[in-house]
Every structure is written in structure tokens, then in C-alpha cells.
Design a protein around this ligand. Structure first.
Ligand code: SF4
Ligand code: FES
Length: 265
């Protein structure tokens, strides 16, 4: 193993703390067994150029208070579990660098528009139930036999839905959405983008079933096209674009009902 010429990481952290190169994380705490309202606590963490807000929280947990609770897993913008509110913006904390917020203090709060369970952990059941409602899987009336081979797609057919397949279910778009904040029954940006991921897949035949959910007043028509969802999205999914595109699809389907004879398509 290569020798760390600058000494152990612990020594380096101690040097940084003693040199005063730190930043304050102003963290919202909520421990339901001991307080009825959230409180705010300041913690000093090393201000290192390669550290994110998530690294700062891990430092707090290791050095200040092991009871601090928050979710994370991959540390690389893939799992979508480290979403929180950083200085009022919904962010993946593993992608939010401390130096971008220096000199601080940096406010770290739970993701907005979701009930708080503890500290920085929110309850995500509503989001998960909405995802299931749009049937985010390939639906076919008839599956061909395995020996008939794969369902092949052209690069252009893949391009039709690829952008919407990049969603990591981080919920930043729900936290940013003013409609969801006021109307919790709104199915929401990511669920609609995910529905479009399958609607636009050449192998899928589930568009009619998804339309019942999407073409509803709690579906795409609740969206007032503020666009904050697309601004907040760290994966460039463009849920606002997915919603507007589906509004056009739903309107065309309604028009067909008037123009075509019964049973026409
Ligand atoms: S659409 Fe973007 S912001 Fe919304 S859950 Fe998916 S990745 Fe996150
Ligand atoms: S820890 Fe996985 S996206 Fe941040």
C-alpha cells in the first residue's frame, strides 16, 4: 500500500481543525423522543476542497454526535438517498461541495414537502406509492417466446425515452415543486417522467392503463409549469418537459375521441 506522505487522515483532520480551516454546518435536529419541535445545532467541520456536505455530516457523526440521523449510500449521485435542503435548495448532499458554500454557515435541513421522521430523515411512502400507480415497468398484452429472441430497438427508439430513464428517485423535484407543496395528491414530476420512460419505450403496451392516472386532475393537469422540478433535478431528466409532452399526448387522445368514429384509432 502506498504511504500517505502527509500522515494519517486523522492527523490531517486534527491539523485542519487546529489551523482553523473549518466551516459551520447549521443542522436541523429533530428527536421525537426528547423534543416536540425541530431545533438547530451548529457543528464545526473541516473545510476541505474535496469534501461535500455529506462528508461534513459524516464528520459530525464520527466526531461530534453519533446520534445524528440521515440517509446516504453511494456517495456518487447514483442512489438518490442523500437528498436534503442545503441553504434553502433541494440538493444531493454527496454532490454539494462545502467550498461552494464557504464561508458559511451552511444550513442543512430535511427535504421539504415531506414529513420528518428524525433529524434529516423524511418519510417517503407517499412518493413510493405514487411511483407504483404509474406502473413503471414494461407492460405487454402478449410476450413472445424466449426462443424468438430479444425485443430489439434502434438507437433512435432508445433515445426516445433514455433521458427519462436517468431518474434516481431522489425526490428533489417533489421538494422543489410548489404544486406538490400545496396539493399533496398531485402525482408529481418524477412519477410522470417515469411513466413517460415506459410510455415512450417501443416494447411497452401500457400507455392506456397509465393514462387513467396521468390524464387526471391530480395527474399532468395539476402542473402549472413552474419548472422548478427541472431546475432541481441533478440528472437532467427534465420532468417539466415530460409533463408538457404528456399534456399534448392526452389532448390528442381526447381529440381523437371526438373526431374518429367509435372504435377508431
Ligand atoms: S426526476 Fe430528477 S429530481 Fe426528480 S426524482 Fe428523478 S432524478 Fe430526482
Ligand atoms: S449518497 Fe447516493 S446519491 Fe448521494
Amino acid at each position: 500500500m502506498a504511504e500517505d506522505l502527509s500522515g494519517s487522515s486523522l492527523e490531517r483532520e486534527q491539523r485542519e481543525r487546529s489551523s482553523g480551516v473549518t466551516v459551520t454546518l447549521r443542522v436541523t435536529r429533530y428527536r421525537p423522543e426528547q423534543e416536540t419541535e425541530p431545533t438547530v445545532t451548529d457543528y464545526e467541520v473541516p473545510l476541505r476542497p474535496d469534501w461535500t456536505v455529506l462528508d461534513g455530516l459524516n464528520y459530525i457523526k464520527d466526531h461530534h454526535d453519533g446520534t445524528l440521523s440521515y440517509r446516504w449510500s453511494c456517495r456518487m449521485g447514483i442512489c438518490g438517498s442523500c437528498s436534503m435542503t442545503v441553504n434553502d435548495d433541494p440538493k444531493l448532499t454527496c454532490g454539494a461541495f462545502l467550498t461552494d458554500y464557504a464561508p458559511g454557515p451552511i444550513r442543512v435541513e430535511p427535504l421539504r414537502n415531506f414529513p420528518v421522521i428524525r433529524d434529516l430523515i423524511v418519510e417517503i411512502g407517499d412518493f413510493l406509492r405514487k411511483l407504483v400507480r404509474v406502473q413503471p415497468w414494461l407492460t405487454r398484452a402478449h410476450h413472445r417466446p424466449i426462443d424468438a429472441g430479444e425485443y430489439l430497438q434502434t438507437p433512435s427508439q432508445l433515445d426516445d425515452y433514455k433521458q427519462f430513464s436517468m431518474c434516481i428517485n431522489c425526490m428533489l423535484c417533489y421538494s422543489a415543486c410548489p404544486v406538490y407543496a400545496l396539493e399533496p395528491t398531485f402525482i408529481g414530476p418524477a412519477a410522470i417522467a417515469l411513466a413517460q420512460r415506459y410510455n415512450l419505450d417501443s416494447r411497452d403496451e401500457g400507455q392506456a392503463a397509465r393514462m387513467d392516472v396521468l390524464n387526471d386532475h391530480d395527474g399532468v393537469w395539476a402542473c402549472t409549469f413552474v419548472g422548478e422540478c427541472t431546475t432541481a433535478c441533478p440528472k437532467h431528466v427534465d420532468p417539466a418537459g415530460a409533463i408538457q409532452r404528456y399534456k399534448l399526448t392526452a389532448a390528442m387522445e381526447s381529440m381523437k375521441g371526438y373526431v374518429l368514429p367509435r372504435g377508431g384509432s
